[in-house]
Design a protein around this ligand. Sequence first.
Ligand code: MLT
Length: 258
Amino acid sequence: MTFQFQNGSIHYEVYGNGPAIVLLHGFLESSAMWSPLIPLLSDTHTVITMDFPGMGESEQIAEVHSMQLMAEVVNALLQYLEIEKATLIGHSMGGYVSLAFAELFEDKLEKMILLNSTYRADSSERQKDRDRAIRLMGERPRAFISMAISNWATTGSQEIFKEDIEAYKTIAYDFPVDGIIAALKGMKERKDTLEVLKNFPGPKYLLLAENDPIIPAIETYNEATKAGVTTKIIDGGHMSMIENKEALLEFVQRAIAD
Ligand code: MLT
């Protein structure tokens, strides 16, 4: 299904019945990543998936897809579906958007479940990586997509989960180049949201992976725990839905049941 946000058509799907849960994918991912989770939640909840603008089947809506703009798309979808309050589950960039949503629409957020994600802004080194990524995306998009997705998994996982990783890449190769660049620009300019996380009064959870090349597990665990977040570290790299699926599903189910 689709709904219109500003000048773009946004793809979403709705499953099941009950309190609402919105699943927010990460960068270079799409709502397809959630297929293992949907049947586990949709007996007891209304589960909503969506593709962020410029990814999956959603159109690009701006030159920069800031985390706030994407949070506004989530809010518009909830309004469109006449849902007053929802739990957000966000993988990586989807977690950055969940935090932007918490800042903008705190009253509409029931629970926040962040997977392989962080409240930290990009370091200056990481911002330089974003500039390199933007250049490479303009010149050799396929090479960038392939390298980025492979590098999120540990070396061991790249071999063991080759097919799943290739399936993610195949989906991402079809995204519009400018849509991917818009998300890179949005992530580069996002601000630190540790205070937002600390101040969010509802239940909050964070799943980290020991060898995630993007999110430093121990440091993030310590800070998040201090901020009142129920935090857990599991094995594997940044792609827990592939590399450690059972642990991720268990973590989410417990957080939802809590
Ligand atoms: C993601 O998985 O959403 C991205 O890797 C996050 C990032 O690049 O910061």
